[in-house]
Ligand binder design. Structure first.
Ligand code: CTP
Length: 447
């Protein structure tokens, strides 16, 4: 996601450096826009080094890129932290003496302002009125913490801890009815035409599910379909995944009231109507999309059939038949294990969903059964649940019916489900709701 981090001139600016790190470590692209006064506290070089991006404060820098309008328009989230009493007043009036003011006037995405100031300033009727006005316009203004302030004084006005701000920001994005993805990626299904490859159109507002559903208020990221690894401009290594099971899971989650972000690879079925869509082709694109969107979600369901290997070299020109009749040799390399990486990132303290579900396609062999392989895979991946199914050339891939066994990391009994993929999708979402500790019941689903 593209984030603008506005920093205004308060001592808490140094704490925003930690906030910036939380954002970049979660894989987001962050443009820091300090006000000129903010640079008295933390300098431009620090922001550039931490964000890895150029940092500007003035409207008249980088004019050729129409920076003052572009940054706000392209942002998917704007966080102003710390927001001083003065910056709240300017935002309330709509003043734009600097680049941050322009960003706030052009942004259409969720905006979070994080005030930090002395108690007298926070409780002053002018600030109270400005905050009220900003909130009435849909801007989220956090209440500051109470506690020790910069001088000897204590009281409300303290800058909240960066991880609380980041959690609030992610909640704001997850709950936002506005489009949340970059224009280049955004699409709300149903799309038209070919189901493989990136698409850019946006048709309608994302679906809001039934309010009493078991997953109401939850955001679920579902990956589905197969990846394609390019060999040359016309050929790829792919797999037989139809995307049916992932679509069924997404539809069951939507019916249970979840906000669903659907990351779809190559599929032979329609994507789920009402989900927020991201189209991908390669494992790397899928990896990047998951790392961008999973941190703000409650659950991740990795139903995509991801290539374990890809060609080590990509040929810029089509591979031709050799004159001497020799055959080309294709060397493969491992792809990143996306599922395992999300679990590891969570273990390292980075924001990731508390419930991660993997799929295991197994054939079994002379040494171990399908379920034994499944248990080993659940342990290897470290996720909360693994949906194991038996595959063969005509089994599962592309079929309407399937038989799965759901294995759980917390030791609860395995749950079997069989039937068409829609029914199995509901069974998977029932277990997902159970793992999320949802108080709702799935039989309230509007199917
Ligand atoms: N997966 C992933 N990234 C990969 C490969 C797989 O995230 N590079 C995910 C799949 O989406 C699925 C789960 O991992 O949820 C299991 O994938 P699978 O390929 O069956 O498992 P592997 O651990 O690769 O084991 P195997 O040796 O059986 O292929």
């Amino acid at each position: 996601m593209r984030i603008v981090l506005g920093v205004t001139g308060g001592i808490a600016a140094y704490k925003s450096a930690l906030l910036l790190r939380l954002m970049t470590e979660a894989g987001h692209q962050v443009d820091v826009v300090p006000t000129p006064a903010a640079l008295n506290f933390v300098g431009q070089a620090t922001w550039e080094a931490l964000s890895g991006r150029p940092v500007r404060t003035d409207t008249f820098e980088a004019v050729d890129t129409v920076n003052h309008v572009r940054l706000g328009r392209e942002a998917e989230l704007v966080v102003v932290a710390p927001a001083t009493a003065d910056s709240l007043a300017r935002a309330a009036v709509g003043l734009a003496p600097d680049l941050l003011g322009n960003v706030l006037l052009t942004a259409t995405c969720p905006v979070l302002m994080v005030p930090a100031m002395h108690t007298e300033m926070w409780t002053h009727p002018a600030t109270v009125a400005n905050v009220e006005l900003l909130r009435s316009r849909g801007i989220t203004v956090l209440d500051p913490d109470s506690g020790r302030l910069t001088g000897q004084d204590t009281g409300p006005g303290r800058f909240p801890e960066p991880d609380r701000i980041w959690a609030q920001a992610q909640e704001l994005v997850a709950g936002s009815p506005r489009p949340r993805l970059a224009a280049s990626q955004r699409q709300t299904s149903p799309p038209a035409g070919d189901h493989a490859g990136p698409d850019a159109a946006s048709h309608s507002e994302p679906h809001r599910g039934p309010e009493g559903g078991a997953l109401a208020g939850r955001t679920v990221v579902v990956t589905a379909g197969g990846t394609r690894e390019a060999l040359d401009p016309v050929r790829y290594l792919g797999n037989r995944s139809s995307g049916k099971q992932g679509v069924a899971v997404a539809e069951a989650a939507l019916a249970a009231g979840a906000h669903v972000l659907f990351i779809g690879g190559a599929m032979s079925v329609e994507p789920p109507a009402g989900a927020e869509m991201v189209r991908v082709e390669s494992t790397q694109e899928l990896h990047d999309a998951v790392m961008t969107h999973a941190p703000g979600a409650d659950a991740l369901v990795m139903a995509a059939a991801v290539a374990d290997f890809r060609p080590a070299e990509y040929m810029d020109a089509k591979i031709k038949k050799a004159e001497d009749g020799s055959n080309p040799v294709i060397r493969l390399e491992r792809t990143p294990d996306i599922l395992a990486e999300t679990v590891q990132a969570r273990g390292a303290g980075r924001p990731m969903p508390g419930t991660i579900i993997g799929f295991g396609a197994e054939t079994g062999d002379a040494t171990a059964s399908v379920l034994e392989f499944g248990r080993a895979k659940l342990a290897r991946k470290g996720c909360e649940m693994l949906v194991v199914n038996q595959v063969g050339r005509d089994k599962v891939f592309g079929q309407d019916t399937t038989e799965v066994t759901m294995l759980f990391a917390d030791g609860r009994e395995p749950v079997a489900a069989a039937g068409d993929k829609t029914e199995v999708g509901v069974a998977i979402v029932t277990e997902l709701a159970g793992l999320l500790g949802s108080p709702g019941r799935l039989d309230r689903m509007d199917q």
